[in-house]
Ligand binder design. Structure first.
Ligand code: NAD
Ligand code: MG
Length: 384
């Protein structure tokens, strides 16, 4: 049986690597749906190479270009944001790889869950914003959510065979990003060119900046909270610059399981697409002789205040993680446009978190409203 994969966000870093995995295993997977926001040229190229059933270009202005380029094929072309949900509700695919970046991934993922499709989840913001609703819907519709984020994939893998055993705590490992050990007097001058250079992983622009500010680890704490049903105090971040141990689970007998591998996103992507099977591949193997030591340290919460803010959001819950996420998306966007400095991103997030009214038990519409309010406020602060 060939698994039909719908890649939402196929032109991104995760989406492109997923296509490499699909290409390497044509007997196991086919690309059924591909979607992109703006990068229509790459979407066309991918469509011609993989011959999917459907492509979606969510930026409507690029629809004609895609339609024309694929006119001689029988690939169906959809345009506009609503088409993402429309296609997510279709029956033509088996598994959605949720690889859109940011809040924009929430609606199509919810639609796929309602449509009872398995989700391979890269889009962590979906769980940060509305983890309670997403997980509740997944349980109700009996939909597995298989993590793609390397740390969460590691934890998920450690939990295999442990269904009856409770988690005491998890250790989320962090590389520390490109500015590990740096202090505010250095960070104040950091430009996007520095921030985009991650030591161990090549990723999309937004997550690269989040990794540099450690917001990424904060988002991942909240993601872990929902995926594995944990209390905030059961989640500990450990800086592990070698990025060899992708994360660890400690059980109630004190035993700890770790998952180790090369820092290559194709591994967790392949695991999620093929779950519960492990597929043989010929990627390079981890070599213990090449790493002289595994080191661990505590994150520097005073310098990387985004992580402290995310911990506060995790602790307080309600709409606060959603508000934080929205402010952070705007702040990162402004940083990538050279409109705000590296440390200013944190000031913006902090201010927005303190100003948007707190809602303890939000419903879905509250999340959309809080997201919009936080974005407007952040944009006002930056004068975008
Ligand atoms: P990316 O920026 O490289 O790609 C994002 C994709 O989303 C593109 O296909 C783009 O067309 C699409 N997109 C962007 N804005 C959109 C919008 N408004 N509407 C619809 N589609 C839109 O991002 P990435 O690095 O591939 O990351 C994707 C997601 O996976 C993020 O949530 C990220 O946190 C998560 N993730 C990424 C990595 C990694 O190594 N890149 C690792 C773990 C988790
Ligand atoms: Mg990660």
């Amino acid at each position: 049986m060939i698994k039909k994969i719908a890649i939402f966000g196929s032109t991104g870093s995760i989406g492109s690597q997923a296509l490499e995995v699909i290409k390497a295993h044509p007997d196991k997977f086919s690309a059924e749906v591909l979607t992109a926001h703006k990068n229509y040229e790459l979407l066309i190229e991918q469509a011609l190479a993989f011959n999917p059933n459907i492509v979606v270009i969510s930026d409507e202005r690029k629809y004609n270009a895609v339609k024309e380029a694929l006119a001689k094929t029988d690939i169906k072309v959809f345009g506009g944001e609503d088409a993402l949900e429309e296609v997510a509700a279709m029956n033509c695919y088996d598994l959605m790889l949720a690889a859109i970046v940011g809040f924009a991934g929430l609606k199509p993922t919810l639609k796929a869950i309602e449509n009872k499709k398995t989700i391979a989840l890269a889009n962590k913001e979906t769980l940060v914003v509305a983890g309670d609703i997403v997980m509740e819907k997944a349980v109700k519709n009996r939909v597995p959510i298989i993590p793609v984020d390397s740390e969460h994939s590691a934890i998920f893998q450690c939990l295999m065979g442990e269904t009856r055993n409770r988690i005491e705590k998890i250790y989320l490992t962090a590389s520390g990003g490109p500015f590990i050990g740096r202090k505010p007097n250095f960070l104040v001058n950091v430009k996007k060119e520095h921030a985009l250079q991650h030591p161990n992983w090549t990723m999309g622009a937004k997550i690269s900046v989040d990794s540099a500010t450690l917001m990424n680890k904060g988002l991942e704490m909240i993601e872990a909270r929902w995926l594995f049903n944990l209390k905030p105090e059961q989640i500990e971040v450990l800086v592990h610059p070698q990025s060899a141990i992708h994360s660890m689970v400690q059980f109630e007998d004190g035993s700890i399981k770790a998952q180790i591998g090369l820092a290559d996103m194709k591994l967790p992507i392949q695991y999620a697409l093929a779950f519960p099977t492990r597929i043989k591949n010929d990627y390079p193997r981890f070599n213990f002789k090449k790493i002289s030591s595994f080191t661990f340290e505590e994150p520097d919460l005073k310098t990387f205040r985004n992580l402290a803010l995310a911990m506060e959001a995790l602790e307080k819950g309600g709409n606060l993680p959603c508000v934080m996420n929205a402010a952070n998306e705007i702040a990162v966007f402004a940083f990538l446009k050279n409109r705000v400095g590296f440390l200013e991103m944190t000031d913006i997030v902090e201010k927005v978190m303190s100003e948007v009214p707190f809602i303890e038990k939000p419903v879905l519409s509250d999340y959309f409203e809080s997201d919009a309010e936080a974005r407007t406020l952040a944009a006002d602060i930056i004068k975008l």
